[in-house]
Design a protein. Sequence first.
Length: 285
Amino acid sequence: MGSPSGPPFDPDDPDRARRERDTEPIPRIDPDDPPSAYGPGPYGGDPDDPGYGGAYAGEGRSSRAWARDPDGFPDQPISEDELAGLRSDATGMAPRRVLPLEDEPSSLVARYLFPTERYRGEWKRHWIHLTTPIIVGVAATFVLGYLSGFLAGRDVGALTTVAVLLWFGVMGWVAWRVADWWYDRFILTNKRVMVVAGIITRQVAMMPLTRVTDMKYEQSPTGRALNYGTFVLESAGQEQALRVIKNLPNPNELYLRVVEEMYEPQAVEARLGKEADEAKADDGA
């Protein structure tokens, strides 16, 4: 009786030998195999020939590039450039991917830090935050300047004075917005993130890093071109005072710094300790 998975066995079948050859399992290439009858190597041929091993080793490849380890996986060579990105320094730290940390907080920020927390950096919002006041100021200068010149030739001195006062009022508003931008800071420490804003009425919002359950940043096409973005912080699914921070510069570097502080604080401390030692050594030299 024939096999249920194929035709009945026929010793005179002319295609039987070809089918048996085609279904024969391909042996694993092992550089330690003894030379075959067709030459050195598991499949014969010259090992120095670029096509050594034929279809099993890959046409146009050397035997070294296609040698196999005992588990049967290809042993692909790794370039020196690839290894350089994986090496660590003497302290075991991998190469830095974010901007260096500032040494000390500014006087504006230092008053909001308590003695046991460690400062990690502060950032003003990107200059794109001033787009509206700058456009308003430039437009007011051109429009009111033209209007003042137009009214000066006509005997309407009172209207000219009003136009000039209106221009001063607009420029005062622009200066206020610029000052507000200057005093508005995003702050990171080893324990929390903060936003300090306001000139006359100060607003200080903060969120402990341990309460941050999710964090992301978003970049519009303009944000990608000018390197700014919006950060969104989530805390246990609750609405927080510090949730959306718009127009922060270098969002990718800032994101890496916050995430590193959340998940690898020991790595940050080790790196900062090494940087301090190097600074002292440079001062001594």
